[in-house]
Design a protein around this ligand. Structure first.
Ligand SMILES: Cc1cc2nc3c(=O)[nH]c(=O)nc-3n(C[C@H](O)[C@H](O)[C@H](O)COP(=O)(O)OP(=O)(O)OC[C@H]3O[C@@H](n4cnc5c(N)ncnc54)[C@H](O)[C@@H]3O)c2cc1C
Length: 520
């Protein structure tokens, strides 16, 4: 007789694996079914060409809670780091670079006033992020005050904000909905310095520094650094796939089963309750609960028969913003690249190409109208500089996030990709003269390619844009904010849930807790 599981998790992205690990550790039977032939979703390592591997989605770990890493014993399951707390270097094609290291910033063109302002800015932002952090780390609070638990949660949040002191409390309330451009103008003079800081609020999102709410995403990012307790910007040894592999090993050690190349075609529903899944090849697997790591649009518009959902809910899901704006560039290089103004020893740093905030806005504007930017902005890593396992024979791999790219599924996609790759390489050449001649293999993944590779609708980094209207108890829509759904026994555990995307596992852990509580 076919096995009946207590839980099936659709998708072996890192959140699905975290959810499975926590459920298995609680003694539940769990099966993870992953469509791809590898687990990890957008947190994976892939061979580009023989002898060269790269993190093909996320490339820097900066938001995973230290207690999740220790709870699941990930170090014992193979997780280690080739570099931690790496510096950030903002490159300049025509002048000196700016180096961020901890709470200090240095650069030939950075004034003593800006250096001091950075310390002040950092202290202010860290303080505010700390007050908000429990909101990002835990289950989204209920906006109601019907039960004591709900009252206490909201009261706790209010108290934490109040305990910032009169000045910082007012300041937080003043800036939280503000745009980052104006805030950074209040602190700093140096234009390149401001752009480098702004990038942390913008990576992966569909907005520029002048967009409202960009301060909130900066605080979200800072909260991630805080919860990872000293890891800072880290490079997992073996690439990001090593994080997912270690979580999978922890889940298996606790008794979870994982099947790859097992794409779910539909979620089975009997008597208005989720009862299992049907795979692409027609196999049906029964379970008491189904937990989806797939994005909300795929889950409710493709895997669930719409007859089971009301039209208002479907309309909300259809209208979710899920068009990715980040592309991924992978280069295999015959030798170490040389970037202008970068010390050789700093090749393992995170590098940014974002000359000033107006250039970021100019890079952002075209994608709103379906066009590619002429001068995109970048976050670049050369992970092979600190991890020899990624590239053999003196080669190097370069991994870069390229913003802002339209979601393009037109018939001209291949030609557009080739033309945009040319634009990107021309721009890189200005910062790393001679890099073009060092390239032995180049790959550019546009949002449409990321959609195909990772099964994420729109190829969106956060599954659903991290905007005010899809935040906290509204993420991704109110009916899904606490991981349960309008269908009994169907839960959500991926980046589309509160608190959002990045490789952190919080949505997976919160979902497991809700499932175990039988939570609604
Ligand atoms: C280009 C890019 C760069 C990024 N860079 C960073 C970074 O540097 N640092 C960082 O922290 N974050 C980064 N992110 C964000 C981060 O990778 C994601 O937010 C995170 O990986 C999402 O994890 P998840 O487990 O929720 O979902 P996913 O990783 O999307 O996993 C979902 C899984 O479900 C599977 N699936 C979907 N449909 C089905 C189905 N029907 N049947 C079976 N399986 C299915 C998919 O194959 C996938 O494995 C980046 C994202 C992208 C796209």
């Amino acid at each position: 007789m076919a096995k009946h599981y207590q839980n099936i998790v659709i998708g072996g992205g890192h959140n699905g694996l975290v959810c499975a690990a926590y459920l298995a550790r609680a003694g539940q039977s769990v099966l993870v079914v992953e469509a791809a032939n590898e687990i990890g979703g957008a947190a994976c390592t892939r061979e580009l060409v023989p002898g060269a591997k790269v993190s093909s989605g996320a490339h820097l770990l900066h938001a995973m809670p230290a207690d999740l890493i220790s709870d699941l014993g990930l170090a014992n399951h193979g997780l280690s780091f080739s570099a931690q707390s790496i510096k950030t270097v903002s490159l300049n094609a025509d002048g000196p670079a700016i180096v961020f290291d901890g709470d200090t910033v240095k650069g030939e063109d950075v004034s003593a006033e800006d250096e001091a302002a950075y310390q002040r800015f950092n202290a202010d932002m860290q303080r505010m992020a700390k007050a908000l952090r429990p909101v990002f780390d835990k289950l989204a609070p209920e906006p109601s005050i019907e039960t004591w638990a709900e009252r206490l949660t909201l009261l706790g949040l209010g108290l934490r904000i109040r305990s910032l002191g009169r000045f910082h409390m007012r300041e937080l309330l003043r800036i939280i909905g503000m745009n980052f451009y104006d805030l950074l103008d209040e602190y700093f003079e140096n234009r390149q310095l401001k752009a480098a800081i702004a990038m942390d609020a913008l990576l992966g999102a569909e907005w520029g520094a002048r967009s409202m709410g960009s301060v909130l995403t900066y605080l979200y990012r800072l909260a991630g650094y805080q919860r990872s307790k000293g890891l800072g910007l880290a490079l997992p040894a073996g690439g990001m796939g090593a994080v997912s592999q270690s979580i999978a090993a922890a889940a298996k050690a606790a008794g979870a089963e994982i099947r790859t190349s097992a794409k779910v075609k539909s979620i089975l529903i009997e008597n208005d309750k989720a009862s299992g899944v049907e795979l692409d090849d027609g196999e049906k697997i029964q379970a008491g609960r189904v937990i989806s790591n797939a994005d909300p649009k795929q889950t409710f518009l493709k895997l669930v028969n719409v007859d089971h959902l009301d039209t208002g809910f479907i309309r909300q899901i259809r209208n979710l913003r899920s068009r990715g704006r980040a592309a991924k560039l992978h280069l295999v290089l015959k030798a170490a690249p040389q970037f202008k103004g970068l010390q050789e020893a700093d090749l393992g740093a995170r590098m940014l190409i974002a000359p000033n905030m107006d250039d970021i806005e100019l890079a952002f504007n075209p994608c709103k109208y379906g066009r590619y930017p002429e001068e995109p902005v970048f976050e670049i890593t050369v992970p092979s500089a600190s991890d020899g396992s990624l590239a053999a024979n003196g080669q190097h791999v370069l991994s870069a996030i390229v913003q802002y790219v339209p979601y393009d599924d037109s018939a001209e996609l291949d030609a557009n990709r080739a033309a945009f790759l040319k634009t990107i390489l021309q721009q890189l050449e200005r910062y790393a003269p001679g890099i073009g001649k060092q390239i032995s293999h180049a790959e550019l993944l546009l949002p449409r390619d990321l959609e195909n590779e990772f099964g994420i609708t729109g190829g969106h980094w956060h599954h659903v844009e991290l905007v005010f209207e899809a935040f906290l108890f509204n993420r991704p829509v109110p009916a899904l904010a606490r991981h349960s759904s309008p269908i009994e026994g169907l839960y959500m555990c991926g980046a589309g849930c509160h608190p959002g995307g990045n490789v952190m596992g919080i949505a997976g852990r919160n979902a497991a807790n809700q499932v175990l509580k039988g939570g609604q």
